[in-house]
Structures are given as C-alpha cells and as structure tokens.
Design a protein around this ligand. Structure first.
Ligand SMILES: Cc1cc2nc3c(=O)[nH]c(=O)nc-3n(C[C@H](O)[C@H](O)[C@H](O)COP(=O)(O)OP(=O)(O)OC[C@H]3O[C@@H](n4cnc5c(N)ncnc54)[C@H](O)[C@@H]3O)c2cc1C
Length: 420
C-alpha cells in the first residue's frame, strides 16, 4: 500500500474494545453522554489493505450510509474529524420524513427512546405577529446524542470507526481512491474502492481542482447555535419556538434532557454589528417579544460557514457526495437531517455497484436520484425562507394560514413526505 507522508511519532488512536463500546452505549441512558466513543481501529491498520468504502464524516448522512453498507457485508471505514459525542449547530428537530426513514431501517425505537417528547407544535413570532400551528410527527434530540447513537449503530452493523481524524481525498489509482487520514501526529494513506463524502458544510476534503464546483449564494446567512443547561422556565417541551427579525431568526427547542437547544441563522453583517451571536440572538428575541433565556451571552456558541450553497457534481470517479456536502438551503423547517438520512440510505445501492466496478452510468444514476430526493425538495424551503426574510410577505402568509389552515397542512405534508 502506498503511503504519502507518515509522521515520525506515528501514535494513532487506541482501538476501542467491545467492552468499552458497550459502556458508551449504556451511558447514553444518562444525559449528557461524556465518555468519548473510542476508535475501533488504529490509523495504521486503517491504512492496510483496500476498503470497499471509506465514509468521510460521521454526521447523520455519513453514519446512515456507513451502517447501510456495513449491513450488506461491505468493509466500511467511517472517518470523523471530531471526538464523539460532539455538539453541532442544529435545531435538533427530526421531522416526520426523518422519523419515517429511521423507522424503515429499524432505528426509530432507539432514537425515540433517546429523544425528547414528541413535537406537536410550531410557534412563530415576528414583531406583533404570532401564530402557533400543529406540526405532527417530529422529535427533538441534541446532536451530541443523535450522532453518537447513529455512529454506534454503524459500528454495531460492522463498520470501523476512526475519530479525531481528518480525511482528504487523494489520487485516483488502479484499486480505487487514496484517502489521506490525518491525526494530530501525522498522515497515513488508505485506499477504498468507493468513497462517500459526508463532511457537512465545512471544508469538504475534496481535491482542489476544477472538477468540483461549490457555489455559495451571495448574502447567504451563517448559522450559530448553543445549548443551555439548567433553564427550567419558559419554552415548554414539545413545541419548536421560532423568533424572526430583520437580521435573522432564532429557533429554540427542549431536547431529551430538558436542555434548551438554540439554533439561529443570521446575516453576517448583523452578527458583526451586534458583536457576537449571543447579542444578535438577544436582539432578535426581544424584537419578537420572546423571553430571553439567561446565560445566552455566556454560552459557548458555535458557528457555521455561509449556509446556502450547492456543490456539483454529486458523483464522479468513485466518489459520492451526500448530506450538506452536496449543498444546503438556509434552515427553517428542520429539513436538513431528513435530506441527509435519505441520501445516506439511498446512496447505498449505487456505492455497492461502484465497489464492483465504476461506470459513468453510476454517476448519472446518483446525480438523478439525488435531484429527486433532495434538490427538488429544497425548492419548497427556498420559498419559505424568502417569505421569512420579507416582513410584508410573512404577514400575508400568516394571514392566509390563519384563515385557511389546510394550506399549512399541504406544506407540512410536502416537507414531511417519506422519500419513497
Ligand atoms: C442553524 C441550523 C439549524 C438547523 N436545524 C435543523 C433542524 O432542526 N432539523 C434538521 O433536520 N436539520 C437542521 N439543520 C440542518 C442539519 O444540521 C444538517 O442538514 C445536517 O446536520 C447535515 O448532516 P450531514 O451528515 O450532511 O453533516 P454534518 O451533520 O455537518 O456532519 C458532518 C460531519 O463530518 C465531519 N467532518 C467534516 N470534515 C471532515 C473531514 N475532512 N474528515 C472527517 N470528518 C469530517 C464533521 O466533524 C461532522 O461530524 C440545521 C442547520 C443549521 C445551520
């Protein structure tokens, strides 16, 4: 096996014994989980032999794909930059479509047991306007908890897990693709017949060449989020609370252990003007007449790059893109995880085919299927996001929904519709 650059020290992650993993699984009953999920393989061993598939990124999309492929008997390596569990900027709301996918792959019982109460309502406030609407079928769960459980499910299905390792796509070679695995003390080269890029919004680990184009929408908003502990009053569980202002919006929801999960999307200039995401959130909440949770300024806020973007193509030369790595529209309706889970599930047959030999037909097939599964659905969110940004349109929309609640039923049904 070819090795591009190997550090002198070469101290890789310890391999997690089944007993250690068992302890982490059991810990998920006690919030919040604190013991890191150990690696099941060392970096040195990961660089030996040829993998059927390497999955880069263990978010919802990557874990789903890794589990599906491991379940069908492929040799799968799931590589994750961070240590798990880890926080992530997200509203933490799984919608009906996401729950449907989890049910189809036999994971809904686990996730329901780990999540907060069923979400029943969505409450929106902007200035003096407010409305509360029924929102069936969803669940709220923190991303530290959800992603840990999905990674555990992938490991239980037979995938190897390599955390605290940044994966970058390397050269195309006869056996497949080189994937560079970088830990704090050096880089090793692994080889896979097919690679799944599920690295989310950040730097995607794609080669820096003209083949991949990332188009970021001008004036795209940035995401920010934090999670607050020990706040017992305000924002009852079971409802998604959303405050909308001129510079962005802030969503609040109680997750499994009553922590208050806060996720926001702001204009970059708005955050700069206010000096921090905490101050920007306070401005939006007070403009909408919402309660300001204490600790908002002192919380550890995380941020994202600009949200609305598109990467293309989503498949080429043994590489498949899924989840936010393919692009995203500004979040509002809690759609992103459903798209990521759906792509993780539906990419599996294409990857299995690619493992047996690449053809341009496979790339065309995934590009077409991804368009139907994700890109078309993102158009609904684009319209909703535009509505939210314009006060007059939003007032008109709220007026219509109050008089014809059936309209909302149609929109919710469209967003919650199972993928197939
Ligand atoms: C403000 C906000 C609120 C949102 N609210 C909701 C909501 O309520 N409901 C909903 O469904 N969706 C929501 N979303 C969208 C949702 O968070 C994403 O769509 C979803 O997380 C995408 O999953 P993913 O697996 O593609 O990427 P991610 O979940 O981002 O996972 C990517 C993983 O890859 C790892 N990684 C990155 N680069 C590398 C690398 N080079 N090598 C190895 N690992 C790497 C990262 O550490 C990360 O763990 C929200 C998004 C934002 C910004």
């Amino acid at each position: 096996m070819s090795q591009t650059s190997v550090s002198a020290g070469n101290k890789c992650q310890p391999t997690g014994s089944p007993r250690v993993i068992e302890e982490v699984v059991n810990q998920t009953n006690v919030p919040p989980p604190s013991t890191p999920l150990p690696a099941t393989i060392s970096c040195v061993s990961a660089a030996e032999g040829t993998w059927d598939t390497i999955v880069m990124g263990a978010g919802v999309a990557g874990c789903m794909a890794a589990r599906e492929l491991a379940r069908s008997g492929l040799r799968v390596l799931l590589v994750e930059k961070r240590s798990f569990p880890r926080p992530k900027v997200c509203g933490g709301c799984l919608n009906g479509a996401a729950m449907d996918i989890l049910a189809r792959v036999g994971l809904s019982a686990t996730i329901e047991a780990q999540s907060g109460p069923v979400l029943t309502h969505f409450s929106l406030r902007r200035g003096s306007n407010s409305m509360t609407l029924p929102l069936p079928g969803g669940r709220a769960i923190s991303r530290d908890r959800l992603d840990l459980n999905l990674a555990l499910a992938a490991v239980a299905a037979g995938a190897d897990f390599l955390p605290e390792t940044t994966a970058n796509l390397g050269a195309e070679i006869q056996q497949g693709r080189v994937v560079e695995l970088t830990q704090h003390d050096g880089t090793k080269s692994a080889i896979a017949r097919a690679v799944i890029v599920a690295t989310g919004l950040g730097p995607q680990g794609l080669p820096d060449n003209a083949e991949w184009k990332i188009k970021v929408t001008p004036a795209a908003r940035v995401g920010a989020g934090c999670i607050l502990e020990g706040i017992d009053s305000g924002y009852p569980a079971g409802t998604i609370w959303m405050a909308v202002g001129d510079g962005g919006y802030v969503g609040l929801v109680r997750v499994e252990d009553n922590r208050l999960n806060i996720a926001a999307a702001f204009d970059l200039g708005f955050v700069r003007r206010h000096g921090s995401p905490g101050k920007a959130a306070i401005h939006v909440l007070s403009e909408a007449g919402c309660e300001i949770p204490p600790q908002l300024l002192d919380a550890s806020w995380l941020g994202t790059p600009p949200l609305t973007r598109q990467t293309s193509p989503v498949a080429s030369s043994g590489i498949f893109l899924i989840g936010d790595a393919t692009g995203y529209v500004e979040p509002f309706t809690g759609e992103g995880m459903a798209w990521g889970l759906s792509a993780g599930l539906h990419v599996a047959p294409w990857v299995r085919e690619a493992v047996n030999g690449w053809s341009e037909g496979i790339a065309r097939g995934w590009i077409r299927e991804h368009h139907t599964l994700v890109r078309r659905r993102q158009n609904v969110c684009r319209v909703l996001t535009r509505l939210l940004r314009c006060p007059r349109l939003l007032r008109g929309g709220m007026f219509l929904l109050e008089r014809w609640p059936g309209l909302l039923g149609m929109v919710v049904a469209k967003l919650n519709a199972p993928s197939r």
